[in-house]
Design a protein around this ligand. Structure first.
Ligand SMILES: Cc1cc2nc3c(=O)[nH]c(=O)nc-3n(C[C@H](O)[C@H](O)[C@H](O)COP(=O)(O)OP(=O)(O)OC[C@H]3O[C@@H](n4cnc5c(N)ncnc54)[C@H](O)[C@@H]3O)c2cc1C
Length: 816
């Protein structure tokens, strides 16, 4: 009993010093007193262990308090070790690492998230003008979009849609009003892209690309006044169609290695000799390229004749080139997975461009990579997350409705447990994705350029959409497979790999970018340590490094103690805000955040620069950080929505799903730790009582699936912001119409069943209804309800068929 009380008191003291992040002196005092109690006063520790602990205390912990001793025996050797394991960082890597800002993910990374900080982030809100644009031009655009016509018949947007986009300023959503643009917030841009993409992926891409990383975004931040004043109004009015070309056949993911080049030289421009560049390039996959009038081009600039100065290799440079410039070869198209958005290759050989076409002018020559990296976070945080969430919302809304109206074995298929599993995944993931989309736009609205968060949402929301659309396809069976005007799923299913591939392909983003950049940017000491280790003067380097190292040791110790104690108490001792039944998820996140901070520190220490090539390990760290972010987004989303209790099954499902994946990721790190014995020891700290998180159980899955099967406020909130209509002649409207009519018919069917009547297979439906009316089983109004439900269901479940010549004609046309 005395032992237990002593241990509890010691743990409490350690938690207290860990929570206040006490200085080293206080730690030494507390640990010394604890040892004294355990070994001499209560004599509870076995002799050998007591001896070992005293040795560690007296010869490691106490000397740390004496700077000279510490520098000689700890800081100096550690500095030497750090110098040996330091990753070589190229200038392009450094610019990529330093680009953008860190935000809420840094709190999760560092082990002690301040929940008040998250809570105080304002929910993204639209201005009256933005809402009016969504309800007006965006809604109207959606009614005009016929995705089958676009992707199958025209292989392009109809001319009038191109005109409509230009007329209503869809290309200038992010351009300031003074240049004639809408100057909409990130939240509004995200909502607009989501709604348009829910109707047509092709239209979604066409709207998102000019407003994402491209000429307008680059001009806004880096353009000269002349460039801004000339191009931004033209872009806003849709008089220029922009594209941005970085990818070369030999440089895709490794975009910093593009072989496209520009040589500084003199040439003729508008009748005068000026300094410019002779540019040669070969690009592919360029969205809007085939119709672009303004080509944003990235190439490497060289000055071999020293026309500008001593430097020969100037670096990646971005320029704006009118596509009618002699020598620009533009025009052919790629055909990306039946998406009809314009995409294609372009090239040029020795095309002379004057210096004034370089974005930002000569001052920004060679600084294009920094421009691109700094601008990437914003667009990447808006476009793909919005279109991926649109895909998941469409999957959720249609799969739920289809699960209710489609019957097999005389039961709506949505009631079968097998279908329930898929429906629950769609519902839970959709909630999670929308939550992450909104939290990211909140960061953008606050002026952040969150490069790590934008990579997280790019990866996980496109993967979430892939899962949701796959599940939706399975639920729809043949209805999702047969293509034609009635099919609302197949194009999304076909095209999801595009979102997976662009703006940082997902494998690369997961295994290299998120943790790599996250560690550099979010870790409170790493960058400073690297800077100190790179310092030339040894004395100064040691002095600086010693200070940072002490902070780092304190940070690591605190995280270790917290991770262990929170783990031991299954999260109960972890601080969390009062959030009712959701409080436990905040606790679990605080616990995992401490475990993540501790574990990532050890991995960085052991592996150093080699971690860059340990992509499986880095990928698991990325998963842990990502799912902590996603889980916190879910909790915030529920709060922002006013904590509706009807949505709780979705919140529980999403939180449990995320926490299970955090646990799996950390478990994977430990299982595959490069030094196995260390992995085993770290496991005692991270999972002292084992792994206790489970995937959402069947009962919770049932509750989530049920929410998708009936109209409700929760279903509307879950799918808010996509295009919804009940028009039975519309591709998704037919399903909404059927859902309402089928539900209205259910009581009538029940009364027929209660009367013990069954429709004979051989009898016509109408004739049978007449017979039921005659025999007073139902009233004629009830028969109408059944007739309407029957017709609406048929309208919703039928697929398209085509005359044999249609296919033949198309084949012949394509062959020609
Ligand atoms: C439809 C479409 C539209 C596009 N639009 C544009 C545009 O407008 N402008 C533009 O400049 N570009 C555009 N792109 C190019 C796009 O950004 C590239 O496709 C992307 O960068 C990936 O390059 P890649 O296709 O050459 O694949 P690769 O670089 O060859 O990669 C193939 C696979 O290897 C993986 N991989 C690569 N390196 C690593 C690593 N170190 N670790 C782990 N995995 C790795 C990738 O994740 C990927 O899964 C577009 C592409 C497509 C398909």
């Amino acid at each position: 009993m005395g032992f237990i009380i002593t241990v509890v008191l010691i743990l409490a003291a350690l938690v207290a010093v860990a929570r206040i992040r006490a200085p080293l002196g206080t730690w030494t005092l507390v640990v010394g007193i604890a040892l004294l109690f355990l070994t001499t006063l209560t004599r509870t520790l076995p002799g050998a262990l007591a001896f070992l602990l005293w040795v560690l205390f007296l010869f490691v912990m106490v000397p740390l308090n004496f700077p000279d001793l510490r520098k000689r025996f700890l800081s100096k050797p550690t500095l030497g070790y750090i110098r040996r394991i330091l990753p070589p960082i190229s200038p392009t890597e450094r610019e990529a690492i330093e680009a953008g800002t860190v935000w809420w993910e840094a709190e999760l990374f560092r082990g002690d998230p301040d929940w008040q900080k998250l809570s105080s982030v304002p929910a993204p809100a639209l201005s009256d003008e933005e809402q009016a644009f969504l309800d007006g031009p965006v809604e109207e655009l959606c009614t005009r979009l016929d995705d089958w016509q676009i992707t199958h018949e025209l292989n392009d947007l109809p001319r009038e849609v191109w005109d409509y986009l230009a007329e209503h300023g869809f290309y200038g959503l992010n351009i300031p009003k003074r240049y004639g643009g809408h100057e909409f917030s990130a939240a509004a841009q995200s909502d607009i892209v989501m709604k348009v993409a829910s109707r047509s992926g092709t239209a979604g891409v066409t709207v998102m690309v000019p407003n994402s990383l491209g000429p307008a975004e680059l001009l806004l931040h880096y353009g000269t006044d002349d460039q801004k004043n000339y191009y931004l109004p033209r872009l806003a009015r849709g008089e220029e169609i922009p594209c941005f070309a970085l990818t070369n056949p030999y440089a895709g993911s490794d975009a910093g290695a593009i072989p496209d080049y520009g040589i500084v030289c003199k040439g003729e421009y508008q009748g005068a000799e000026v300094i410019g560049l002779r540019v040669t390039w070969e690009k592919r996959y360029i969205t809007l390229g085939p119709v672009a009038t303004l080509l944003g081009l990235a190439f490497k600039a060289y000055d071999p004749d020293h026309l500008l100065g001593d430097q020969e290799e100037l670096g990646i440079t971005c320029a704006l080139i009118p596509t009618d410039t002699p020598g620009v070869d533009i025009g052919n198209r790629h055909y990306p997975l039946n998406g009809a958005f314009q995409n294609g290759p372009n090239s040029g050989k020795d095309v002379f461009i004057p210096m004034e076409w370089v974005i930002g002018g000569e001052e920004w020559l060679g600084k294009g990579w920094r421009m691109l990296m700094n601008s990437l976070a914003v667009g990447r945080g808006i476009s793909l997350p919005a279109s991926a969430t649109a895909g998941a919302k469409v999957a959720a809304r249609t799969s739920g409705a289809y699960g209710r109206v489609r019957e097999q074995f005389n039961v709506p298929i949505g009631k079968f447990e097998g279908i329930e599993e898929a429906l629950a995944r769609i519902g839970g993931l959709t909630y999670l994705m929308d939550a992450a989309r909104r939290l990211t736009t909140s960061a953008l609205v606050q002026g952040e350029k969150p490069s790590v968060i934008s990579a997280i949402v790019k990866l996980h929301l496109t993967e979430g959409a892939r899962q949701a659309i796959n599940d939706a396809m399975d639920i729809h069976g043949g209805r999702g497979i047969c293509m034609g005007p009635k099919n609302y799923l197949a194009r999304g299913y076909q095209q999801i790999p595009i979102a997976i591939t662009v703006e940082g392909a997902n494998i690369l983003t997961r295994s290299m970018i998120i943790f790599g950049q996250g560690a550099m940017r979010c870790h409170p000491y790493l960058l400073d340590e690297i800077a100190a280790a790179s310092e030339g003067d040894s004395e100064q380097a040691l002095e600086r490094f010693d200070k940072i190292l002490m902070g780092h040791l304190g940070y690591a110790t605190v995280n270790k103690v917290r991770a262990f104690i929170y783990g031991l108490s299954n999260g109960w001792l972890a601080p969390a805000p009062e959030k009712g039944e959701l409080k436990r998820y905040y606790r679990d996140l605080t616990r995992y955040s401490a475990a993540f901070a501790f574990l990532s520190d050890i991995a960085l220490l052991v592996l150093g620069g080699a971690l860059k090539r340990k992509e499986k390990l880095s990928g698991r760290f990325a998963d842990a950080l990502s799912y902590m972010f996603l889980c916190s987004a879910v909790l915030k989303h529920h709060d922002d929505a006013g904590r509706p209790s009807a949505d709780l099954p979705l919140v529980h499902w999403a939180c449990q799903y995320c926490l299970y994946h955090v646990q799996t990721a950390l478990d994977g790190v430990l299982r595959n730790f490069p030094i196995a014995i260390l992995g085993g020891l770290l496991r005692i700290v991270v999972f002292p009582i084992g792994r206790r998180h489970r995937m959402p159980d069947d009962e919770l899955g049932h509750e989530v699936a049920s929410l998708l099967l009936s109209p409700s406020d929760t279903r509307d909130r879950l799918t808010q912001g996509i295009y919804i209509t009940e028009n039975p002649d519309d591709v998704t409207g037919a399903l909404e119409d059927a859902l309402h009519k089928v539900i209205a018919a259910e009581p009538v069917w029940r009364s027929i069943r209660d009367a013990g009547v069954k429709k004979p297979d051989f009898e016509d439906f109408d004739a049978w209804l007449s017979r039921l009316i005659e025999s007073d089983v139902i009233e004629s109004a009830d028969a109408d309800v059944l007739r309407q439900a029957h017709a609406a269901t048929r309208n919703a479940i039928m697929v398209d068929d085509f005359e044999p010549e249609v296919g033949a004609a198309r084949t012949a046309h394509e062959a020609a």
